[in-house]
Design a protein. Structure first.
Length: 309
């Protein structure tokens, strides 16, 4: 199940394609505004053999009652055995509604696929790993995007055809989207993320991170503690109850490394920690650590990076 937003394919869909390809041939279903454009894009993705698309108006904005009904009818018509989507608010809304029609259990936030019926998922903020074997006739999965390398955008030669529309349910309606506009990189898509914790002491000091991130075109994140303290908005929170990120470089500044935060960034390729406490748990997951006062280290690092750029 592909996700489109604002008429464009959501990049994490490519992670879902990569996961589904480990099970068998992949047929992508895409619905709503921009579906035909997204379908043409998906047909070229490595691993995709077919794409079903519809731009019927009642699928716009991803209303779960409408999308799940389409999904149920598509699965029945095509005798599909697995339904896979990237973990997101969209999939969390649509996948369970479709699964109940088949009396299937949803296996959520899958991190690894062992076989067509056996899956690995993390639990307890990543402190425990569970192996789930499903005997359901139709298996419904949401997969953690950071655990699967995105499928290549080129190399596929899938067919594109029209999906058979389901009748509109009309049980809910879209009112509006309230999206905060910013010129900063999106947290879950940025190749570099700089995050701050309680060591920054107040809201004003987050400018240190903005200055560090700017020359690298990095996104800025935060721990739950500083979000709860009002230092920054909720959409900057990284962690178990925030956003899960896996950038090429994650710079953790003045944060201790609580397990709830680490659960949201431990898949980063390289982790750099700056903290004045040598015993802080963040150093246990960091590839590089600097024991120093952030108010001394960060401005010096910003100056050096600025010169390099």
């Amino acid at each position: 199940l592909a996700e489109v937003y604002g008429g464009k394919l959501v990049p994490n869909t490519l992670s879902a394609v990569a996961a589904a390809a480990k099970i068998g041939e992949v047929t992508a279903l895409v619905a709503g505004q921009g579906a035909k454009t997204a379908a043409a894009e998906l047909a070229k993705v490595a691993g995709v053999t077919a794409v079903l698309a519809t731009e019927a108006a009642h699928y716009d904005h991803g209303l779960p009652e409408e999308v799940s009904t389409l999904l149920v009818e598509t699965v029945k018509a095509g005798n599909f055995t697995h339904v896979v989507s990237a973990t997101s608010a969209f999939s969390k809304n649509a996948i369970p509604r479709a699964a109940v029609a088949f009396d299937s259990m949803v296996i959520s936030d899958v991190a690894e696929i062992k076989s067509e019926d056996t899956f690995i998922r993390n639990t307890y903020a990543g402190n425990a790993v569970s192996t789930v074997k499903s005997s359901d006739a139709v298996k419904f999965l949401t997969v953690r995007p950071t655990s699967f390398e995105r499928a290549a955008k080129e190399g596929g030669n899938g067919s594109v055809s029209d999906a058979k529309d389901s009748a509109p349910k009309g049980s809910s309606k879209w009112v509006k989207d309230e999206v905060q506009k910013t010129d900063k990189p999106e947290l879950t898509a940025a190749p570099i993320v700089v995050s701050g914790g309680r060591g920054l002491k107040n809201k004003e000091n987050f400018k240190l991170l903005d200055d560090l991130a700017a020359p690298m075109k990095a996104a800025v994140g935060a721990t739950r503690a500083v979000v709860d303290a009002g230092y920054c908005p909720n959409d900057m929170q990284v962690g178990q109850t925030g956003k899960v990120v896996a950038p090429n470089l994650y710079i953790a500044v003045g944060l201790s490394g609580a397990i709830q935060h680490v659960a949201g960034m431990k898949d980063s390729k390289v982790i750099v920690a700056i903290n004045n406490d040598a015993d802080a748990p963040i150093f246990q997951v960091a590839d590089y650590g600097l024991v120093a006062d952030l108010f001394d280290a960060v401005p010096k690092l910003t100056e050096k990076i600025g010169r390099a750029h």
